[in-house]
Design a protein around this ligand. Structure first.
Ligand SMILES: *[C@@H]1O[C@H](CO)[C@@H](O)[C@H](O)[C@H]1NC(C)=O
Ligand SMILES: *[C@@H]1O[C@H](CO)[C@@H](O)[C@H](O)[C@H]1NC(C)=O
Ligand SMILES: *[C@@H]1O[C@H](CO)[C@@H](O)[C@H](O)[C@H]1NC(C)=O
Ligand SMILES: *[C@@H]1O[C@H](CO)[C@@H](O)[C@H](O)[C@H]1NC(C)=O
Ligand SMILES: *[C@@H]1O[C@H](CO)[C@@H](O)[C@H](O)[C@H]1NC(C)=O
Ligand SMILES: *[C@@H]1O[C@H](CO)[C@@H](O)[C@H](O)[C@H]1NC(C)=O
Ligand SMILES: *[C@@H]1O[C@H](CO)[C@@H](O)[C@H](O)[C@H]1NC(C)=O
Ligand SMILES: *[C@@H]1O[C@H](CO)[C@@H](O)[C@H](O)[C@H]1NC(C)=O
Length: 396
């Protein structure tokens, strides 16, 4: 009898705990709704007491026995208003997607209570007030996307405690200060992107430890110093975009051998000097290359000149090498037949005949109009490599 009473008492306690938690998820979401601006509230009309919580628009629950809210996806709803701190009560939340809304105010610090959170997308909103330290309590986060807000301020070193991060997108946020050295602790990181900010200083050497990295974007910032040496350690990189990042100095001659998997490389509008590394031509996967607005000179310069014209000439030849997969010194070329002349006579009808098979294969796979694009690219190459320097396309 005693045992029975004890058991029923426990069952009641459990039910009550369950009921309350389910109820607190509902209360949290209704509080969230109450902070959404009036004109868009109609989009959340299913969020009402007479409709089951787990069927509310954008709401996902866990398994049947345990109907707690695990996902909230309101991406692209254009909701305005502010994000209620009650969101921090959704203690089973794993995924929160509020991208492409018009939320203003700050990211509520109560978000730090969501220790199960793995996926957080708040891109394309008007959030401000910096990246709060409480966010670094969400130690299971693997995707963090804050792209295009007005967060401002610097990046705290606690960022390095989010050890599960795979994707970190912080672009277009008026961030300033330096990148924290602790970024080097994010050993699972594959995508790191922070373009269009006012970040300064140097890229920390600790980045060299992030050997899983496939995408690195620093474009349009105010960094200083030489091209970051740590980048050369990231041999798994597929996309490197350092356009307008403020770097100077020379590129290593073995650039192409250290980053052999690149598909996209953009380094335009820095203050890079010295030779364009000829090993770039070794990167057989490269499809997009931008090096404009630097002071690079070329090894292929005719007559040893290292003028702007020589620079353009090398660039032209480099384009031919990349597209054709051949080198000007290959045995098939000699006398009248040069790599350049073979390409000139192929344009435009036979462009696909001179292109490397790998390029064709890749362009078909990603569905871009290969013939048309390659013709345009090769025409730039031809203009850069005119025999008379004065006819060459200027590189400034
Ligand atoms: C509650 O939501 C359901 C589903 O969208 C809707 O049919 C119903 O009219 C709503 N009830 C109220 C009172 O808004
Ligand atoms: C929910 O969140 C609010 C605001 O952060 C807090 O005041 C409240 O105590 C929390 N708990 C419950 C059960 O509502
Ligand atoms: C972070 O988590 C700790 C417990 O792990 C808690 O005491 C603290 O209040 C949390 N901080 C914030 C800002 O959520
Ligand atoms: C966040 O949402 C945007 C817009 O839909 C999407 O492009 C982006 O991939 C999402 N971020 C992550 C990390 O899933
Ligand atoms: C990063 O890792 C180092 C050890 O490798 C440790 O001393 C440091 O506290 C870590 N920093 C953060 C922010 O986790
Ligand atoms: C980066 O590569 C250099 C060799 O180029 C090596 O000496 C250095 O230890 C590497 N750094 C890390 C952190 O792996
Ligand atoms: C190049 O970068 C400078 C700042 O370093 C910027 O003012 C300028 O607009 C950029 N030019 C282009 C064409 O992007
Ligand atoms: C890379 O390029 C250099 C010179 O441009 C060449 O000597 C070397 O053999 C190439 N390496 C590979 C692996 O293709």
């Amino acid at each position: 009898m005693k045992l029975f009473l004890f058991l029923s008492f426990n069952a009641l306690m459990l039910l009550e705990a369950f009921g309350n938690s389910h109820e607190s998820d509902k209360q949290a979401l209704l509080k969230f709704k109450s902070q959404v601006s009036e004109e868009k509230k109609v989009l959340l009309s299913s969020w009402n007491n007479s409709f089951p919580l787990c069927r509310w628009t954008g709401v996902t629950c866990g398994c049947k026995q345990h109907e707690r809210v695990t996902g909230m996806d309101l991406g692209g709803f254009q909701l305005g208003g502010v994000i209620s701190p009650f969101i921090g009560n959704l203690s089973f939340l794993i995924s929160l997607d509020l991208n492409s809304n018009s939320f203003g105010g700050t990211i509520p610090q109560e978000l730090g209570n969501l220790f199960r959170l793995q996926h957080l997308n708040m891109s394309f909103n008007f959030l401000e007030g910096g990246i709060l330290a409480s966010l670094f309590n969400c130690s299971k986060l693997s995707y963090l996307d804050l792209y295009s807000n007005h967060l401002g301020q610097g990046l705290p070193s606690e960022l390095g405690s989010l050890s599960k991060l795979v994707t970190l997108l912080l672009g277009n946020n008026n961030l300033n200060g330096k990148l924290p050295v602790s970024l080097g602790n994010l050993s699972s990181l594959r995508v790191l992107s922070f373009p269009e900010n006012n970040l300064e200083g140097e890229i920390p050497d600790a980045i060299a430890r992030l050997t899983q990295m496939v995408v690195f974007v620093s474009a349009t910032n105010h960094f200083s110093g030489v091209f970051p040496p740590a980048i050369y350690n990231l041999s798994s990189l597929l996309y490197l975009n350092m356009y307008g990042s403020g770097f100077s100095g020379n590129l290593r001659p073995d650039f192409g051998n250290l980053l052999p998997n690149l598909q996209g490389l953009s380094m335009g509008n820095n203050s890079l000097t010295g030779a364009i590394p000829s090993t770039l031509a070794n990167i057989s996967t490269l499809q997009v290359l931008g090096m404009e607005f630097n002071s690079l000179t070329g090894k292929y310069a005719m007559g040893g000149e290292t003028s702007v014209h020589g620079d353009a000439y090398s660039f032209g030849i480099l384009i031919f090498e990349m597209v054709s997969g051949k080198r000007p010194t290959d045995e098939m070329f000699g006398g009248e037949l040069t790599l350049r002349s073979s390409i000139r006579s192929a344009l435009p009808e036979q462009v696909l005949d001179v292109a490397d098979e790998l390029i064709l294969h890749n362009s078909l796979r990603i569905g871009f109009p290969a013939a048309e694009c390659l013709t345009k690219v090769l025409e730039v190459g031809l203009r850069c490599s005119e025999d008379f320097p004065g006819n060459r396309l200027e590189m400034s």
